[in-house]
Design a protein around this ligand. Structure first.
Ligand code: HEC
Length: 208
């Protein structure tokens, strides 16, 4: 039994949300089996087509939510917000500074941080890298509820380190880098929630 009863028509909206993100021809992204399956399951939860479609449609599992969220990330936003610059930032290794990208280019610790923007974007928009940006919450029954910022790139540098553990080199990201990460995460969540994966990025809502 997999049918959830979140909010009235949420299950229905789920299927349209997925279609908006992945299935539509305009997105140019592959619709993988996971998504197709989730959409099918969701469709059994309600009737068909009731206009709406712009509300939040919580997917059914953390895995499918991460999948959809990742597919909805935009490389344009990744670049425009400045998140792609993460590779240049420095951590303290012994008594030297070392760039994140020097250890993380091939995804050390599930964190893909690379000078190669496309590789960094792909690694950040697929599991497990996507979890450096968001994580899942659960409802009272322990079922997946929603995605929220995980802030791993911001918080990791200040993680506690206990004696006998192998510790991550400490770091404190500059404010503008932290802001870039937060903005990218919020913008990506908003797109995913609205099913507007291909929307052009307009950071300051410019008046035209
Ligand atoms: C000397 C190599 C090295 C450098 C430099 C380095 N890392 Fe890491 N990082 C690792 C290793 C090894 C792991 C996996 C073990 C762990 O989690 O501590 C890791 C794991 C991580 C994780 C994922 C684990 C989690 O708890 O979410 C994040 C995020 C991360 N690093 C961010 C950064 C950032 C940002 C920088 C630069 C400011 C950086 N790292 C610099 C070696 C490095």
């Amino acid at each position: 039994m997999n049918v959830r009863h979140y909010l009235g028509g949420a299950v229905l909206l789920l299927s349209s949300g997925i279609a908006g993100c992945v299935g539509e021809e305009s997105s140019g992204l592959p619709a993988d089996d996971g998504n197709a399956q989730a959409a099918t399951t969701a469709a059994t939860g309600g009737g068909e087509g009731d206009g709406g479609g712009d509300a939040i449609g919580p997917p059914q599992t953390l895995a499918s939510a991460l999948d959809d969220f990742g597919s909805c990330m935009s490389i344009e936003v990744f670049v425009e917000t400045g998140v792609y610059k993460l590779f240049k930032n420095l951590a303290i290794v012994g008594n030297q500074e070392q760039a994140c990208g020097s250890c993380h280019a091939s995804g050390e610790g599930g964190a893909v941080i690379s000078e190669d923007v496309e590789a960094a974007f792909i690694g950040s928009s697929t599991f497990p890298g996507v979890m450096r940006f968001v994580t899942g919450t659960v409802d009272e029954q322990g079922n997946f509820k929603d995605l929220v910022p995980s802030n791993r790139f911001i918080d990791k540098g200040a993680d506690e380190c206990y004696p006998g553990e192998l510790c991550h080199p400490p770091y404190d990201l500059p404010t503008d880098m932290q802001r870039a990460i937060l903005t990218f995460t919020e913008e990506s969540l908003a797109r995913w929630e609205a099913g507007e994966c291909d929307a052009p990025y307009s950071p300051d809502q410019p008046q035209e």
